[in-house]
Design a protein around this ligand. Structure first.
Ligand code: NAX
Ligand code: ADP
Length: 293
């Protein structure tokens, strides 16, 4: 069993991993690809992409259906966009091996296309974050997803998405304890990570991150780190983008998830009341400055 302190802290090693050395170029910091939904559904991917770029990915591209290209292109500048229709289009795009981190789910929808895109993305064994609709789409066939997952994947469900993917574990978690010790959110996240074979980050005021070997960390946004303003539409999409950006930069899945969760809360604390999801990536520079990054 791992002996790391479970409550997340910004250790010197985590801080150092966020610094950039002076003699590198943008491709040394990785290229994250974030898939978007169609027209009217591009906001979540744009939020995530902004998070990935601000956290230091060298390049970020949004892949979106042709029909949504004008909508995306009209609202991003440093972020690039590429038209991409369906799983064959993704396979073609992924011939570029410099795309080293993927994020699928925010705003993607629950259609068949989402399942095909996820399976196509996973077949290349690249570091991949799956969030939102990329998880919910598999609620009726979670085994199809579990069979395709690999060890550089990260699942980032909220409680509702978690229950859709891991109904038996969620049932145990919510059952009243009749004998001690009670089955905890830590137990549930560890069991889910073991079942999925990859890192699972279960969101909430106390976000738990676990890997399949039982390593675990808690980002507790409570007491002096309480940040209830994070309960706002799109803040989870930004978190997924933070993780994808850190994966692009070469962090391990566990470290990317843990560091992103900690910074997410720090951004909310730094901004304070009135926060909306757009504010989170914009707060990173001052959080980085305070850390000496
Ligand atoms: N600005 C944007 O473009 C935004 C787009 N979003 C996208 O909208 C789509 C739907 O996302 P939602 O998360 O709303 O939808 P979900 O499909 O997960 O549905 C939300 C439902 O899940 C249940 N639930 C249980 N526990 C929950 C929890 N802890 N948090 C939230 N819901 C819980 C509730 O019954 C709720 O009605 C996704 O594609 C998402 O990425 C949202 O992230 C919001 C912002
Ligand atoms: N009360 C709270 N205190 C601290 N963080 C919270 C609270 N409620 C939600 N969060 C965080 O906000 C984010 C919400 O993500 P999610 O539910 O996926 O929303 P969305 O789909 O709208 O982006 C998660 O990172 C979660 O941990």
């Amino acid at each position: 069993m791992f002996r790391d302190p479970m409550t997340l802290e910004m250790t010197a090693a985590r801080r150092d991993a966020l610094c950039k050395s002076p003699d590198v170029h943008k491709y040394d910091h990785g290229h994250a690809l974030i898939l978007s939904g169609g027209p009217g559904k591009t906001g979540a991917a744009r939020l995530a992409a902004r998070g990935a770029l601000r956290i230091g990915a060298g390049l970020v591209t949004i892949g979106c259906p042709h029909t949504a290209l004008a909508e995306v292109a009209g609202q991003v500048t440093a972020i690039m966009c590429r038209p991409l229709d369906g799983a064959p289009g993704l396979t073609e795009l992924l011939e570029d091996t410099r795309l080293n981190a993927l994020l699928l789910g925010p705003g993607l929808g629950l259609g068949q296309d989402t399942q095909a895109l996820v399976l196509s993305a996973l077949s290349g064994k690249r570091a991949t974050v799956l969030d939102a609709d990329a998880l919910s789409r598999f609620s009726r066939n979670p085994e199809t997803l579990f069979d395709a997952l690999h060890e550089t994947c990260i699942l980032t469900p909220h409680a509702g998405e978690f229950a859709r993917l891991f109904p038996d574990i969620a049932e145990k978690l919510h059952a009243p304890a009749t004998t001690g010790p009670a089955y905890s959110k830590i137990d549930a996240t560890r069991e889910a990570a073991a079942q999925a074979g990859c890192v699972v980050l279960l969101k909430g005021p106390d976000t738990v991150i676990a890997d399949p070997k039982g390593r675990c960390a808690i980002n507790a946004s409570v007491y002096d780190r309480a940040a209830p303003w994070l309960a706002t539409a799109g803040s989870g999409d930004v978190l997924a983008g933070f993780i994808a950006g850190l994966l692009a930069r070469g962090l391990t899945p566990f470290d990317a998830a843990a560091t992103a969760a900690w910074l997410h809360t720090e951004c909310a604390l730094s901004f304070g009341p009135g926060l909306i999801a757009e504010d989170l990536p914009e707060e990173l520079p001052s959080v980085f400055r305070a850390l000496g990054v």
